[in-house]
Design a protein around this ligand. Structure first.
Ligand code: MF3
Ligand code: CO
Ligand code: CO
Length: 271
């Protein structure tokens, strides 16, 4: 299907009352190529961190690595100064759900579970992804949380079908989390991503099948479920206005991909 045919079909769905993506967020092949390159660099930055993360380093050191490797690959760290965010990457440890701010004072220690969330701009295009890391050995329940969170992302990805619905994605994620006794965070979600950092549509990690935004070839968006051990509630630090903690102080895990939807397949642009 050409992009014009896709747009025509989307307009028709809209007349039927479906929620559909804005045309400016249905990307051209040229735009997807640009987002693919940004995603490639973003993945390479996360690979660099993966090789080096260990007990005894400060989270500021991770910020320094990300800053250097991104620049060496003609990239820009999207988080820096984004809505006032002070650092280049988010480092979220244990009961931090997301948006943890790197600091010289926070030293990684045995048993920590850490999410590293990188977003890279290359030639004006964005790639966004995050991964979990275990520092040394951790509690088996933490291991299970990390594994189930990853499965939630993979199941969400499998539920992405052109002319399906984002509610199909949220549904499988929530089902899998709750089957395993865990809770999906509701205060944050995935997002369109590629020509801006956070585009519409919002990608819920819970929902009902056959509801929500229509999924259309040419869309690029993230899926990034945050899964809490016991309760879904989060609170934002009053000190820095960013760090999101679980309300109950129990751990949280998250994985994120940026993906592109095509007629006949879905591609992971950054992981
Ligand atoms: N990378 C995060 C996301 O997945 C957003 C971080 S915003 C920042 O959407 F300002 F904290 F970097
Ligand atoms: Co991210
Ligand atoms: Co994101």
């Amino acid at each position: 299907m050409t992009r014009e045919e896709v747009l025509e079909k989307v307009r028709y769905y809209k007349t039927l009352g479906y929620k559909v993506p804005q045309e400016k967020y249905i990307k051209t092949p040229e735009q997807i190529e640009g987002i693919r390159e940004a995603g490639r660099v973003n993945t390479l930055v996360l690979d660099y961190v993966a090789e080096r993360i260990r007990a005894g380093i400060s989270t500021q050191e991770i910020d320094d690595w990300v800053t250097e490797v991104t620049a060496a690959n003609n990239g820009i760290c999207a988080p820096y100064k984004y809505e006032g965010y002070p650092k280049h990457v988010c480092v979220s440890i244990n009961d931090v759900v997301c948006h943890g701010i790197p600091s010289k004072k926070r030293i990684l220690k045995e048993g920590d579970i850490v999410n590293i969330d990188c977003t890279t701009i290359v030639n004006g295009y964005y790639g966004d992804a995050s991964r979990m890391f275990v520092i040394g050995q951790t509690d088996p329940e933490n291991e299970r949380l990390i594994r189930v969170a990853k499965q939630c992302l993979e199941l969400g990805l499998e539920a992405v079908k052109p002319w399906g619905f984002l509610g199909d994605v949220g549904y499988v994620i929530e089902q899998h989390a709750s089957r395993n006794g865990f809770k999906v965070v509701r205060d944050f979600g995935g997002h369109g991503c590629g020509i801006e950092f956070h585009e519409d549509p919002f990608v819920f990690h819970y929902g009902k099948r056959g509801t929500g935004c229509l999924i259309v070839p040419g869309m690029t968006f993230t899926i990034e479920p945050m899964i809490n051990m016991k309760k879904s509630g989060v609170r934002i630090s009053a000190l820095d206005g960013w760090t999101a903690y679980t309300k109950d102080g129990l751990p949280s895990a998250q994985w994120e991909y940026t993906i592109a939807v095509f007629d006949d397949h879905t591609e992971i642009l950054s992981r």
